[in-house]
Design a protein around this ligand. Sequence first.
Ligand SMILES: NC(=O)CC[C@H](N)C(=O)O
Length: 186
Amino acid sequence: MILAAKYARENKVPYLGICLGMQISVIEMSRHVLGLGNADSEEFNTDTPDCVVMYMPEVSKTHLGNTMRLGCRRTFFRKPDCLTSKLYGNPPHVDERHRHRYEVNPSFVPMLENAGLQFVGCDESGNRMEIVELQDHPFYIGVQFHPEFKSRPRKPSPPFTGLILAATERMRTLTNVSNGDAGASE
Ligand SMILES: NC(=O)CC[C@H](N)C(=O)O
């Protein structure tokens, strides 16, 4: 997965990382751009000095039953002009479903942003990162939530629409129009 994320980043191949896929993009950037060779998630390596993805503080480390961060949660756009916001039709926030125990370690966010990985969405605390976008890349998005849960045949989830448009080189058709209803409100 890390090599796939690296390939997509370096070769400007469209990338949509969902949940672990977003965490992987953070590990990949940390290892190969920040030079933190041992960067990892606490899920895979509890001893790493560069724990860029960590257990969420409120989640039990010993009791795995019913202790995930689950269900519909609000994500606020930190950077309103980002691509993901445009895909959703420029709302101030989106409500999407979650299913995870780990999160991006907020202490690495400034370094990663300096390296070009923008954290464009977060939760209401401002500390839990929900969406990443890579600068200078046609379509490289990672989301901590699961947009597939609210995708419907007649109302496809905006990140998936974006991935398909980017893969078929038709991204401009969506981002050039002011789209007030791309599926954010449901
Ligand atoms: N659904 C997922 O991809 C989970 C990712 C990771 N295992 C976490 O709990 O944060």
